[in-house]
Structure formats: C-alpha cells, structure tokens
Write a protein that binds this ligand. Structure first.
Ligand SMILES: [Zn+2]
Ligand SMILES: [Zn+2]
Length: 179
C-alpha cells in the first residue's frame, strides 16, 4: 500500500507517515509497536503542515506562530519533540544576556520576562524581524548564548538594496547591533 512519508523518526529511525489523525512512525503502527512516535495533526488548536512536521522531526524543535488559546487568542510557541515522543510547547527560548531572566518568544519580539519586574525591570528584547530578516529560533538563541549570530544575515534597506551583517549585543548587553 502506498504511504506518504513525511520524514525519519528521530526515536527509532523508521519512516514517519501521514495518517488520518496526524503523523505516525511506521514502527508504532505494527501490532506490537516498538516505537511511541504518534503526533497529532492539530497542536494547540493549530493545524500542522507536512513541512512543519518534517522540520520538527529533523531538528527536534520548531518555532511557530498561530497557536490559539481556549479564548481564541493567538500566540507563538516552540514545539519540542521529547525523547519519549511527547510534543512539549514552551515559550522560553533561553536566558537574558543582560539580567539572566527567561527570554520568551512573543508575537513581535523575544522578550525578557523581567520586563515588568518592579524591583529589577529589564528592557532587553530581540525584534523577530530585523531589517526585513525574520530571525530564526537558532539565531535568537545564538544572540542570547554567544552574544552574536554565527552567520551574516541578509537584510534590506529602504531602497531594496541588500546588505549582510551579523547581529550581536552592544557592550551593555541591552541593544541588538549589526556587526
Ligand atoms: Zn519511531
Ligand atoms: Zn533581562
């Protein structure tokens, strides 16, 4: 029988195929399953695309927008594929380089969670779109952990011309600067 293969199972190396309910490792379909991977096609009230599942299988995490709360409020989240096959949703992507608080992904920026801390407020934020470049989760993590992106990123001026810079931290570790 023909099956649609979406990617390779990171838990057992088997094929992950598309089913009526979502995505499942072929070794989970067997009568005596040897693998637990079985991913629902709808996560956080958001329909997953085949391409997103492929990326999740490959990298074990993916940053996505458009999840919805019970109240219908949209929010971004990082999905992580855990070793036990579970999909964890998390908003924390790393530690603030300025105050060591948690950095959370928001709709427009990665923000320090001490933003509203009365005793020690912190304004550190990384815009998710800088110079027309949509920051990836890896790039945001690099700024937090290594203080600079490992690659030059393609950005765009008002007149459409392209320039390439790395993004890093200012000396006070509060601003994002192009280097
Ligand atoms: Zn598997
Ligand atoms: Zn902070």
């Amino acid at each position: 029988m023909e099956k649609k293969i979406i990617g390779r199972c990171p838990l057992c190396g088997g094929n992950v195929v598309k089913t009526c309910k979502g995505y499942r490792c072929e070794n989970n379909i067997a009568e005596q399953p040897t693998c637990v991977l079985n991913i629902n096609g709808i996560i956080g009230n958001r329909k997953m695309s085949d391409e997103e599942i492929t990326e999740l299988l490959e990298h074990r995490f993916i940053l996505l927008d458009g999840f919805a709360s019970k109240e219908g409020k949209a929010f971004p989240s990082v999905l992580e594929l855990a070793d036990n096959g579970a999909i964890n949703m998390q908003s924390v992507i790393g530690k603030c380089p300025h105050c060591s608080g948690d950095i959370r992904v928001g709709t427009r920026a990665f923000n320090c969670s001490n933003y509203s801390n009365q005793q020690a407020p912190c304004n550190f934020a990384i815009w998710r779109n800088i110079g027309g470049h949509q920051l990836s989760l890896t790039e945001a993590k690099e700024i937090c952990e290594k203080e600079i992106t490992s690659n030059e990123l393609e950005m765009y001026r008002d007149d459409g011309t392209i320039y390439r810079k790395r993004l890093g931290l200012s000396p006070d570790k509060l601003q994002i600067v192009k280097i």
